[in-house]
Design a protein around this ligand. Structure first.
Ligand SMILES: *Cc1c(COP(=O)(O)O)cnc(C)c1O
Length: 817
């Protein structure tokens, strides 16, 4: 369409004038974004069609990644990068008087996810397309994504994230591909030719309407599809369904209640809200997604026993577990299959990733709710459970404890993890440590029963977004130093190791970091009016706010530094800027209090002339993917300080590593594997191990109160939370925080790990004083980060779970019109 800058400029001008009917000179940044976005989407249309044609003709096996969350962020910059026209477009726009970064800034983040789990889905989509796999996303088109966070007087305030307000240039609505989804009703059965036939009467029918977004692979990779579903009323207002005079208003009300299914993303990935609407969302996605997959499958006229050879369905945590009973329902009730055959096909098609062992995050649904809302699906779950328990009884006669632990339905609740394990052929954890914990503890009984189903797939991040797009100068330096091979194979970044002591290479790395820090400082000044020193250490903790992630440990250490500086104003300390970014689930009171505490400490520290030149604290509003892309390249220190055993993997840790930050962290999640690569010198490890945490739980031998009495510093900090002083505006202001530590015995061992954390932070202060030493350690981290590129992760999923091969074809010569 345009192969050089002049062609691009010409096409752009033409598009703009044609589409908007205004002269180029009158266009606003927002217009430019829209025009450019539309051009790019049209531009990829051809390869989108070619990819689909190639898949079809080759009878390719497809994998469908089902996820209630896709945290995509902005797409324009990454699409341009993957298409290989980023620089051309930047230059072309520049000549027309527009700065590409400003245009990119016009795009709303697609924030259809909470945190790591949703971002993982997004990184996987990028890797699947770039490596040439037939892999697609299946999700919900929430009208409102994760809430927009404002900080008012130090408190989090949530605003609706109206991300579609200005339209979405990337999506294509496909009303002709809509499918019906049914809720409620009553199941009736009858016999026909010796077979039981089930039919649901009086069910409520709604439409699921798909919107497709192209997933553009890197440089001639495939163009796959993210299909997100929207709920629409299936009632025709003209049919007189509501016979009363108020019929029309009833109709409007009914439509609204239907549309509510795809209205909001639940802003909580760790607490089950027990909301029927959430269950509706889950079934809506599973049913719509499956129907559209099977419709495509049916066109190939293959027998159904071939389904596992042609289709892999992956569920991202237990949220889409209903694909298992729903696929059973379709195979039995619609395709007329017997139970055993349907079960064999289903359990060879579905695979499952577990993302957490936090007990409060293990999904359970009340039986009465599922039975009423999804009567036929409930019958099938009941039958799966009945057969599974019968098998257990035969295998472990008399072992009632085991039965109670493993049953899918237990005490009026349906345990989705158990259903997911029983109904899938692969169960994976997301880091080596996490998978071991699953096998040896949380899912021990299942692992004994199905040892071959369990495997590890350590999470990854796409280096195209998190290095090449977020930190282009660093990527350019790598190209100058190593050539371009690492772009296709990021493990080749180990080629940087010989340069770790090279002073001119170190200088380049330092200059780039400094540049990124200046950019972030500019943003912080303009957005939040706080002036920070770009020469100070940038110490960053950005991630969802949760007790186990221990932002509290970080802020308590900052309070302690403040105390030290007040006691001893001459204290020798490298200036440090502590940067936080975190959203708290709206109903998570303790998390919100920690946000308030951070902001109070920031207020005290930043205004105190005795300390503000050595420490600054910034809480950045509305942490999101696009903000992460600005923050992470500017970080010197990456805070990965979760209680050991609680963070399944973490992916933030990998993004920081790839951008040359040193990690201070616990032996948790993927930190363990990072540490294995870089060693003690290049990663600052502290705190309890998983074994020690478990030992405390087992013996009950931990006393937070005793700890706080033993350590003078802790006692002082605790008092500063509940007495009036520098960090509070009234007595008992942080009562909930205080009580969580003392009365509830510090579930996450903040007090226990405090001393080790403070010592390690002091070590960081020392190392930073020697720039060459510091930079050398940072380079070792950058060099080993390639192992955590999601391309590597996705190759493992493809080879070991999905058994799919990349489409190694140059699709550009295919005729599509
Ligand atoms: C990567 C990422 C996360 C996950 O961060 P963790 O530190 O692994 O919890 C959350 N939110 C956003 C916006 C991200 O980009």
């Amino acid at each position: 369409m345009f192969s050089n800058k002049e062609e691009f400029k010409k096409a752009f001008r033409l598009h703009l004038v044609r589409r908007l009917g205004i002269p180029l000179a009158e266009a606003k940044a927002d217009d430019v974004y829209k025009i450019l976005g539309n051009m790019i989407r049209e531009y990829v249309g051809k390869n989108w069609a070619r990819t689909n044609l190639a898949y079809k003709e080759r009878g390719e096996k497809h994998v469908y990644y089902f996820s209630l969350e896709f945290l995509m962020g902005r797409l324009l910059g990454n699409n341009l990068l993957n298409l290989g026209i980023l620089n051309m477009v930047r230059e072309g726009l520049g000549e027309l008087g527009w700065e590409l970064e400003a245009i990119e800034g016009q795009e709303s983040d697609a924030g259809l996810g909470n945190g790591g789990l949703g971002r993982l889905a997004a990184c996987f989509m990028d890797s699947l397309a770039s490596l040439g796999y037939a892999g697609h996303g299946c999700g919900i088109r929430y009208k409102y994504g994760l809430f927009e966070q404002r900080i008012v007087d130090g408190n989090q305030v949530e605003l609706p994230d109206d991300w579609l307000q200005k339209g979405n240039v990337w999506e294509v609505r496909r009303p002709e591909k809509r499918v019906e989804v049914f809720f409620w009703g009553r199941v009736e059965s009858r016999e026909e030719n010796g077979r039981l036939i089930f039919e649901t009467k009086n069910a409520e029918k709604i439409w699921a309407v798909p919107y497709d977004i192209p997933l553009i692979g890197y440089r001639g990779g495939n163009v796959n599809t993210l299909r997100i579903w929207s709920a629409e009323s299936a009632l025709d207002p003209l049919t007189g369904y509501f016979p009363s005079g108020e019929g029309y208003y009833k109709y409007l009300e009914f439509s609204r209640s239907i549309e509510s299914i795809s209205e909001f993303l639940y802003p909580d990935d760790s607490n089950e809200e027990g909301k029927r609407l959430r269950l509706k969302q889950q079934y809506f996605l599973c049913s719509a997604g499956l129907q559209s997959i099977l419709r495509t499958y049916d066109k190939q006229r293959l027998a159904y026993d071939q389904l596992p050879a042609k289709v892999a369905i992956h569920i991202n945590d237990t949220h889409p577990t209903l694909v298992i009973p729903e696929l059973m329902r379709i195979l039995i009730d619609v395709k007329g299959m017997g139970w055993d055959e349907a079960w064999d096909i289903t359990s060879r098609t579905v695979s499952y990733t577990n993302h957490t062992i936090l007990s409060e995050a293990l999904e359970k649904w009340p039986v009465p709710m599922v039975r009423e809302l999804l009567p036929r699906v409930y019958m099938i779950i009941e039958e799966i459970n009945k057969r599974f328990c019968a098998m257990l009884l035969e295998r472990y006669p008399g072992d009632e404890r085991r039965m109670a632990e493993m049953a899918i339905i237990y005490g009026d609740q349906i345990r989705m993890a158990n259903l997911a394990i029983v109904g899938s052929y692969s169960i994976n954890g997301v880091a080596a440590l996490h998978t071991e914990i699953l096998k040896q503890r949380e899912m021990k009984a299942f692992h004994e029963l199905y040892p071959d189903r369990f495997n590890n797939k350590t999470n990854g991040i796409t280096h195209r977004r998190w290095l090449m797009h977020a930190n282009p100068e660093l990527a350019e330096l790598y190209k100058e130093t190593l050539g371009e091979e690492w772009v296709r194979d990021p493990r080749k970044l180990t080629g940087l190791l010989p340069y770790r002591q090279d002073s001119s290479f170190q200088q380049r790395v330092q200059d780039i970091k400094q540049d990124n820090k200046r950019k972030l400082s500019g943003y912080i000044l303009s957005k939040q009016g706080i002036s920070i020193d770009p020469l100070s250490i940038f110490d960053v903790q950005v991630k969802r706010l949760h007790g186990y992630k221990r932002q509290l440990l970080n802020i308590m250490h900052i309070m302690h530094l403040y105390n030290e500086l007040k006691d001893n104003p001459a204290k020798d300390m490298t200036p440090r800027t502590f940067i936080f970014g975190a959203k708290a689930a709206p109903g998570y009171y303790l998390a919100k209090q920690i946000i308030k505490l951070i902001n109070n400490v920031a207020g005290a520290v930043n205004h105190d002339p005795q300390v503000r030149d050595r420490i600054k604290v910034v809480f950045l509003e509305n942490y999101s993917v696009s903000l992460a892309e600005l923050i992470i390249p500017a970080a010197d220190v990456s805070e990965q300080i979760s209680t050991a055993g609680k963070e399944a993997s973490g992916t933030g840790n990998m993004k920081f590593m790839m951008n040359g930050a040193l990690t201070i962290g616990t032996m948790d999640g993927a930190n363990v594997e990072m540490h294995e690569m870089v060693g003690d010198r290049n990663m600052l490890i502290f705190g309890l191990s998983v074994e020690q945490v478990l030992e405390y739980y087992r013996t009950g031998g931990y006393s937070a109160r005793r700890k706080s009495e033993e350590d003078e510093r802790l006692h002082r900090l605790l008092m500063q939370m509940i007495q009036t002083g520098p960090f509070t505006s009234h007595e008992w202001e942080f009562e909930a925080v205080y009580r969580s530590l003392i009365d509830h015995n510090d579930e996450y061992f903040v007090l226990e790990d405090f001393a080790a954390y403070a010592d390690t932070q002091a070590q960081i202060d020392q190392v930073y004083r020697n720039p060459s030493d510091w930079t050398g350690r940072a380079i070792v981290n950058m060099a080993h980060a390639g192992k955590f590129a999601s391309d590597c992760t996705i190759r493992q999923y493809a080879n070991e779970i999905w058994r799919i091969r990349p489409l190694n074809e140059d699709i550009s010569s295919r005729q599509v019109y």
